[in-house]
Ligand binder design. Structure first.
Ligand code: SF4
Ligand code: SF4
Ligand code: SF4
Length: 160
């Protein structure tokens, strides 16, 4: 079964994103930003015990979950970017703490019919694919949100 696959390393290097998202009910929505944020939270964030990003947020919009994952409550976030500056590892990219909330529904109206999502068809850097993909840590390929989509990234791993 084909899934959305994002090469995050390619994506982070591209400074002029052309991937489009046309979520039907919200034409200004850019679900692709949401996909980047979730992938960064799951695989790149170091999950600091005393997270400086959480402490830096003036609006209590960031929260560490019990599993160490970071959640951003987008309805509280004003996109001030304090967290971006405070993260010692630079993994809260300014573009993923957007003021307006956007969502991704994985283009289910297309993907359920085996048609690639809009973002895949509009990314000019080929950082996005619609392909058969499985989690394979030996190739740095990881599932996000339990396999809703997959990413290639250099995952942060805690020293034993
Ligand atoms: S899969 Fe569809 S809804 Fe999600 S970011 Fe891509 S274009 Fe937007
Ligand atoms: S950008 Fe949002 S989450 Fe980050 S510190 Fe500012 S209000 Fe908090
Ligand atoms: S400061 Fe950076 S690395 Fe640490 S928990 Fe926050 S986002 Fe993750």
């Amino acid at each position: 079964m084909k899934k959305l696959f994002i090469d995050l390393e390619k994506c982070y290097k591209c400074k002029k994103c052309t991937a489009k998202c046309n979520y039907y009910y919200h034409p200004d929505n850019n679900g692709y930003v949401r996909l980047l944020a979730l992938a960064a939270q799951e695989h790149v964030c170091r999950r600091c015990d005393n997270a400086p990003c959480v402490a830096s947020c003036p609006w209590e919009a960031l929260e560490k979950r019990e599993d160490g994952m970071l959640d951003r409550h987008s309805m509280r976030c004003t996109s001030c970017k304090s967290c971006t500056v405070s993260c010692p590892f630079g993994v809260i990219y300014p573009e993923i703490v957007e003021y307006k909330t956007t969502m991704c529904d994985y283009c289910f109206d297309r993907s359920d019919n085996n048609v690639p999502p809009i973002c895949v068809t509009t990314c000019k850097e080929n950082a996005l694919e619609w392909t058969e993909v499985k989690e394979d840590p030996s190739k740095e390929i990881y599932a996000v949100r339990g396999g809703k989509y997959f990413v290639y990234t250099v995952k942060w791993k805690k020293d034993k």
